[in-house]
Design a protein around this ligand. Structure first.
Ligand SMILES: Nc1ncnc2c1ncn2[C@@H]1O[C@H](COP(=O)(O)OP(=O)(O)O)[C@@H](O)[C@H]1O
Ligand SMILES: [Mg+2]
Length: 268
């Protein structure tokens, strides 16, 4: 190994050790330990060698399937989402991948499903962005690691919708934007988010702009369960905004978005 590369590898090892130390006392130790298995460390080295990853920062989130870290990128802070290879909840992933024509040729070993899933999240984010939806810009998907734009400032991620209190008029604007994003996602990107809720929407505090995140499970309209997922997404959003005095019927909203689909098809 070249000296420069060895140094980089050492640096990531040290960073990873530091993260482990920091979490020694908490119950995240197990998950943090799990996430940095050898194949994942190797992938981090690859990203470092490509110059994409300069240094690992602190953990942002430990979810059911993935850990998200802040990191130093080439020119800006980046978010690194690492899908755990040893995660136990991946059976449900097959349901989403199998109905998606884009993944017809994916082999069905657990690792391959996780790699495909990571690719899928990147592709979904790109499609969403192209449709005009505010999402973290993906930088690269390498095996089980998705590198993307860090949505936050001063090393702190923007808050999730669930954690902020909005003024009533602002809430209406945020709600309208979210419904418009679901419409764009469906009619322009041909996607259904599939896990949309106050947890997977960040709010930029300065401007109250909504950002959609967490699109690994998003499916195309052709997916056999896309209708069910879409209605569930709409129901989550409608339910959440009830406390701001917004009362809309999820099925009417769904029909309105669907109607546009028929119109788009008729003019093709
Ligand atoms: N690009 C990003 N920039 C800043 N924070 C992020 C980013 N992506 C995810 N996060 C943070 O990490 C959390 C978990 O990410 P998410 O993609 O929702 O994964 P999970 O599948 O674990 O829910 C989010 O709620 C958010 O707080
Ligand atoms: Mg999430």
């Amino acid at each position: 190994m070249k000296k420069e590369v060895t140094n980089k590898v050492k640096r990531i090892d040290t960073e990873v050790d530091r993260l482990r130390m920091r979490h020694k006392d908490t119950d995240t130790l197990k998950v943090t330990d799990n996430v940095f298995d050898d194949p994942t460390l190797k992938t981090l080295y690859t990203l470092s060698n490509k110059g994409i990853l300069k240094a690992m920062g602190g953990p942002i989130s430990t979810g059911k399937e993935a850990n998200v870290f802040l990191a130093e990128g080439e020119e800006q802070d980046i978010a690194i989402k690492i899908y755990r290879i040893s995660s136990s909840t991946f059976n449900s992933m097959e349901d989403y991948i199998l109905g998606d024509p884009r993944f017809r040729n994916v082999r069905h070993s657990k690792r391959d499903i996780i790699f495909a899933w990571t690719q899928k999240e990147q592709r979904n984010l790109i499609r969403a962005k192209e449709a005009g939806i505010r999402v973290p810009e993906p930088i690269i998907a390498e095996r089980n690691i998705l590198v993307m734009e860090f949505m936050g400032e001063n090393e702190k991620p923007y808050p999730q919708l669930k954690d902020i209190k909005l003024d009533k008029e602002v809430a209406r604007d945020v709600y309208d934007t979210i419904i418009n994003y679901m419409d764009l996602l469906y009619n322009e990107a041909n996607l259904v988010h599939g896990d949309l809720s106050e947890y997977n929407i960040l709010i930029i505090p300065a401007t109250n702009e909504a950002v959609f995140i967490d699109m690994g499970q998003s499916v195309t309209r052709e997916h056999p369960r896309s209708r069910e997922f879409m209605i569930r997404d709409i129901e989550n959003i409608v339910r959440y905004f009830k406390k701001y005095g917004i009362n809309e019927d999820p099925h009417e909203l769904y029909a309105a978005i669907r109607d546009k689909e028929e119109k788009t098809q008729n003019t093709d």
